[in-house]
Design a protein around this ligand. Structure first.
Ligand code: SAM
Length: 244
């Protein structure tokens, strides 16, 4: 999958994405990252891209022309218009279902705002969707773009070692992941649950389901409202709670 990012701070995005798992995915060719510097398309020869806001708002706003120039560059590089998203606190809040949907695409162009944001006309002209990473305000869209690329690219074939690595996670099937443990078997007098060490796959599966439902009930009861839990499931949660 090819990611194009239009930004005033390309190194902020590329430094992160070129590191660790996403960096290895780029090296293997499973994903690619092309950052496009919005300033290169400034409508003047001194590189200024922002201006004051009509109506008297405080701060500065990115003008439409340089963002449109960066968009045209992405279209030229891709050979077509990539699905274009604007990172914005006003957008649809990113979740795993949205990440899955975007991971089906061949490419994605992510527009990053900065300062007070980007002139509304260019957003209307080029974007297919606005995406927020949560109900808070960031200083720029770059951190949002990093989160989006990270969440989407781990669902792209070839990025993680095997599909199981991302089909058993929190949020993949509407519940949080069960607590997991590694060596040593006892640490600070706390033991790894016996059932996880006995190699009985059916018992382990049952235990993990109850532990996952319990954690979801404890940490994110709102998620359980969206699931059609059976009486059997609820019995498992209660039995698990008793056993703690
Ligand atoms: C300071 S913010 C502008 C906020 C804007 N004036 C508003 O109140 O909606 C600058 C840029 O950061 C990015 N940004 C801020 N919060 C975000 C969020 N929650 N999710 C994604 N991007 C965000 C957007 O690209 C935005 O244009």
């Amino acid at each position: 999958m090819d990611f194009y990012v239009a930004t005033l701070f390309p190194e902020q995005v590329s430094d992160y994405i070129n590191t660790s798992i996403t960096g290895r995915a780029i090296a293997k060719g499973a994903i690619s990252l092309h950052c496009i510097q919005i300033r290169d398309y400034a409508p003047n020869n001194y590189g200024r891209v922002d201006d004051t806001i009509y109506g008297g708002g405080t701060g500065m706003m990115i003008r439409p022309e340089p963002v449109y120039g960066a968009y045209e560059k992405a279209v030229e590089l891709a050979g077509h218009k990539p699905y274009t998203v604007f990172m914005s606190p006003k957008g649809n809040v990113l979740n795993e279902a949205k990440a899955k949907e975007l991971a089906q695409r061949k490419d994605l162009l992510i527009i990053c705002g900065h300062y007070e944001g980007i002139d509304e006309r260019v957003i209307r002209e080029i974007t297919d969707e606005e995406i927020s990473i949560g109900d808070y305000v960031l200083t720029g869209g770059e951190t949002g773009a990093i989160v989006l690329i990270d969440a989407v690219s781990r669902l792209v074939d070839g990025v993680l070692p095997n599909e199981e690595a991302y089909t058993n996670e929190s949020h993949t099937d509407g519940v949080l992941e069960a607590p997991q443990y590694t060596k040593p078997p006892v640490w600070k007098e706390m033991e790894v649950p016996e059932v996880l060490k006995n190699g009985n796959d059916a018992l382990i599966k049952d235990y993990n389901r109850a532990a996952a439902l319990y954690d979801t009930w404890k940490n994110r009861p709102d998620m359980l409202d969206k699931l059609d839990l059976t009486e059997e499931d609820w019995k498992k949660v209660l039995a698990f709670k008793k056993g703690l």
